[in-house]
Design a protein around this ligand. Structure first.
Ligand code: NAG
Ligand code: NAG
Ligand code: NAG
Ligand code: NAG
Ligand code: NAG
Ligand code: NAG
Ligand code: NAG
Ligand code: NAG
Length: 402
């Protein structure tokens, strides 16, 4: 019976060890060009979690490398791990990914032709289009709308009019020229929830006639950058660029739950007993979103990679970032740090000094006592007594106390 139990136990151990091994080769490249490629993304066999995260690092000109997400064939501009989270804060735990996408266009010269609708379709992938993007449209009499966002209707219209100085102040005209509110440029927010599919459709408010000039529309997370839209001759330039940068959220998608189990992180919404400083949130055990706990840094998708940050070593403008008061001492603790004022430390020191003093006093006193005892022992014939007892025991007799 016990033997069976032992075998059972052994089997469990064996299974536990064999199931969840997701080791990453140390030879894996962590950069393609200057783009950081964190796991589960990776370049080359054994470096990525599965095909969704395979990066093809292509040399486009001499020693200029550009990463492509192979499965969806899009150029990657940036990949970020989820930021560390504070347990008390509700956080999405998604990583972020920025890719280049085609833009919708109409009536633009150049060999690119028309692209009246551009659909971003990430159905079935670990990627969703985040709400950090906006719809932007450039051109005259340009009507841009988002598709696949029903029942919502999202879109904007940009026109090219002249401002009647009798009706509009110079300020109005200036604002219209320098923001994207309808004069040659317009924008609209995308749905607040992440979506797998969004299309951008472009049409002329007068029907699709080419005389409107070059019109473009796209979703992008760069809508806040004036360089993108302040130049009034933008539509041709943007069309020439051929792409816009879109912000996506990503999560870890695996074929079974052994990847999630292998990380050994805590469940975000439940108590669990692991001591790993990371949290995972999940809908299905095959779709997980993990992050290090605030105060730790590393990659939550690599086992035991979330490491304590030594806040005391962090510098800001050449000075300590924390506890920078000159009468403070910084103590690093797991996940956080403490600023201790030096006064308390000096109290601690003096307590130590007193302690050492007392110990020395006792030691010296004891030493003197033993010395004195030895002296008395000798003086009172103790040595003779000792010899006597030794002799007695050698002769088989038992020494008795006198
Ligand atoms: C990568 O390099 C390009 C040009 O060399 C630069 O424009 C871009 O900002 C860099 N990206 C990062 C993330 O450093
Ligand atoms: C990498 O991607 C580029 C662009 O999509 C493609 O031309 C190239 O063949 C790919 N290389 C590999 C090894 O898949
Ligand atoms: C998006 O892709 C999925 C699967 O590839 C497909 O079933 C769906 O019809 C596509 N949606 C659109 C709007 O193209
Ligand atoms: C607005 O832009 C138009 C065309 O680019 C220009 O003629 C006009 O002077 C600008 N007005 C202001 C107030 O900047
Ligand atoms: C986008 O449109 C809104 C509302 O129309 C406007 O307040 C905002 O300034 C526009 N964004 C830019 C970048 O111009
Ligand atoms: C606006 O775009 C035109 C055409 O691309 C370019 O020549 C000009 O320098 C740009 N102006 C600014 C202020 O960026
Ligand atoms: C789970 O998936 C991993 C990798 O996809 C695979 O190596 C492993 O055998 C799978 N485990 C089970 C129990 O199916
Ligand atoms: C966690 O530990 C506590 C006591 O240490 C125990 O009562 C509880 O059952 C454990 N929970 C799990 C999920 O192991």
């Amino acid at each position: 019976m016990t033997c069976l139990l032992w075998i059972h136990f052994f089997l469990i151990l064996l299974l536990k060890n064999s199931s969840a091994e997701f080791t990453i080769l140390s030879s894996c490249k962590s950069f393609c060009g200057n783009v950081s490629i964190p796991y589960p993304f990776g370049i080359g066999n054994g470096c990525y979690l599965n095909h969704w995260y395979e990066i093809n690092c292509t040399e486009i000109s001499s020693s200029k490398f550009i990463p492509f997400l192979r499965k969806i064939n899009k150029e990657v501009v940036q990949i970020d791990l989820p930021s560390p989270i504070k347990p008390e804060e509700e956080s999405s735990l998604y990583g972020s990914l920025r890719i280049k996408t085609n833009i919708a266009s109409m009536g633009c010269s150049g060999g690119h032709g028309q692209n009246l609708e551009e659909i971003l379709n990430f159905t079935g992938t670990p990627f969703t289009i985040s709400n950090k993007n906006n719809l932007m449209a450039f051109g005259c009499n340009n009507k841009a709308t988002l598709t696949n966002v029903e029942p919502r209707i999202i879109g904007c219209i940009s026109t090219c009019g002249t401002f009647d100085p009798w009706l509009y102040t110079l300020m109005d005209a200036f604002l219209a020229n320098t923001t994207c509110v309808g004069n040659e440029c317009c924008n609209a927010s995308t749905p607040t929830e992440g979506r797998h599919v969004i299309g951008v459709k472009i049409e002329s408010i007068h029907g699709n006639s080419p005389r409107e000039g070059c019109n473009v529309a796209f979703v992008t997370d760069e809508y806040g950058q004036p360089s993108l839209w302040r130049n009034r001759t933008d539509s041709k330039r943007l069309h020439a660029l051929k792409y816009a940068t879109v912000h996506l959220n990503w999560e870890a998608m695996a074929t079974n739950d052994s990847f999630k189990e292998s990380l050994g992180c805590r469940d975000y919404f439940e108590d669990s007993n692991t001591t790993n400083p990371c949290y995972c949130d999940w809908d299905l055990p095959t779709q997980v979103r993990c992050a290090c706990i605030y105060g730790y840094e590393g990659n939550p998708y690599i086992k035991n990679d979330c490491k304590d940050i030594d806040e005391c070593k962090k510098l800001k403008d050449g000075r300590p970032e924390v506890c920078d008061n000159s009468d403070q001492i910084c103590l690093n603790t797991p996940g956080t740090y403490q600023c201790v004022t030096k006064k308390r430390v000096s109290i601690g020191l003096s307590v130590l000094m007193v302690g050492v003093g007392i110990w020395l006093y006792i030691f010296i006193k004891k030493y003197r006592k033993t010395k004195r005892r030895e002296k008395f022992f000798k003086r009172n014939g103790g040595l003779l007594l000792q010899q006597h007892t030794r002799m007695l025991s050698r002769n088989g007799g038992t020494p008795t106390c006198l």
